[in-house]
Design a binder for this molecule. Structure first.
Ligand SMILES: [Zn+2]
Length: 100
């Protein structure tokens, strides 16, 4: 089962506003669903995990840039992981340590 993409509303494309009045609005493929307009079950899990990862990062007061530097990855990688565009990497962890 797949659900309608909530970022593009199922259209499969997103409008990227360009802050230059002479440039028209660029319609680009929706990044979240990859232009399909639908979110796969597997990706729904990524989105939920990504939200948690972001919450943990923000709770530790770590910026996205700082997190990227810490893990030696690109900012976009962190961004895409936290938005559920790509599968969250297990090593990306700012969660509080388990209490025994
Ligand atoms: Zn979409």
């Amino acid at each position: 089962m797949a659900v309608l993409c909530f970022e593009c509303g199922g259209k499969g494309e997103s409008e990227n506003m360009v802050f230059n009045p002479s440039t028209p609005i660029i319609v680009a493929e929706c990044k979240l669903c990859g232009g399909t307009g639908k979110i796969r079950d597997e990706q729904l899990d990524w989105i939920i995990q990504g939200m948690l990862l972001k919450e943990f990062r923000l709770k530790q007061d770590v910026s996205m840039r700082k997190a990227a530097r810490f893990f030696n990855v690109e900012d976009t990688y962190i961004n895409e992981m936290e938005r559920g565009i790509i599968e969250p990497w297990a090593g990306y962890d700012f969660s509080p340590p388990e209490r025994i």
